[in-house]
Design a protein around this ligand. Structure first.
Ligand code: FPP
Length: 241
């Protein structure tokens, strides 16, 4: 059973395994992404219901631009067809996108930004889609902004600290995720939230993303709730012994 009083504020998910899920069924990879979009719906509603405040989904990485054009196109179409205003409004969920918008086509960006605006007042949970995203891109972009402030004379290099960097990240509006889940069996971070995951608990499951359901989410949260988060301290210190 999960402890409802200790739900992570921010859960981030690497949604992996759509392609393998489809291939195992003799289906086109795009069908796997379609099934994956249904999991997105399920998990978003369940996180909002449980009281999670931020849910970040790794939807499309910078490296995913190298996939076959038909697959990229299918993912873009899925994103567009899943931006349903009614769903966000009914769940009181706010949408925000993080990533390199300059690479995304005009019609996709326009639809996304419209939905960000329309849902800006929703405050039950924020769904963050990491789209055309990579953490190295995000950190590099933050460095560029910091350099510009130094050049403009509004920031002194000696005053640059962790807070300065965190503040310039595209995802600076969200707290660091307490829990990062990766589905699909691989055990790596793949250029996702490298700065923000300094003290995140990592949870890996072999379940392919289209099979990841409410029960799987509960299992991940339960596992997280059994961890001791020490942030570099000793066990005695965190337990006030
Ligand atoms: C990783 O699986 C998944 C992706 C690259 C795309 C994720 C997209 C969706 C879940 C659908 C659209 C999203 C929204 C928000 C509606 P993979 O293709 O790398 O799987 P594999 O490792 O088995 O090949």
């Amino acid at each position: 059973m999960i402890d409802k009083d200790r739900i992570p504020q921010h859960i981030a998910i690497i949604m992996d395994g759509n392609g393998r899920w489809a291939e195992a069924r003799g289906l086109n990879r795009s069908r796997g992404h379609q099934a994956g979009a249904e999991s997105v719906d399920k998990i978003t509603s369940e996180c909002a219901r449980l009281g999670v405040k931020f849910l970040t989904l790794y939807t499309f990485s910078t490296e995913n631009w190298n996939r076959p054009a038909a697959e990229v196109d299918a993912i873009m179409k899925l994103l567009l067809s899943n931006l349903v205003e009614e769903t966000f409004m009914n769940n009181n969920v706010r949408l925000r996108i993080v990533g390199d918008r300059s690479r995304v086509s005009e019609n996709v960006i326009q639809a996304v930004e419209e939905m960000e605006e329309r849902t800006a007042q929703n405050d039950r949970m924020t769904l963050v889609l990491a789209f055309s995203y990579s953490s190295r891109w995000e950190i590099t972009d933050a460095m560029r902004k910091i350099a510009a402030r130094v050049k403009a004379g509004t920031l002194c290099p000696d005053d640059i600290n962790e807070h300065t960097v965190a503040q310039e990240l595209d995802s600076s509006f969200a707290p660091d995720p307490e829990l990062i889940i990766r589905t699909g069996g691989e055990q790596r971070i793949s250029n996702f939230l490298l700065w923000q995951s300094a003290y995140s608990e990592l949870y890996f499951t072999p379940t392919f993303w289209p099979d990841f359901n409410e029960q799987s989410l509960h299992a991940a949260i339960e596992d997280y709730q059994h961890r001791e988060r020490r942030f570099g301290k000793t066990s005695a210190q965190v337990n006030n012994l």
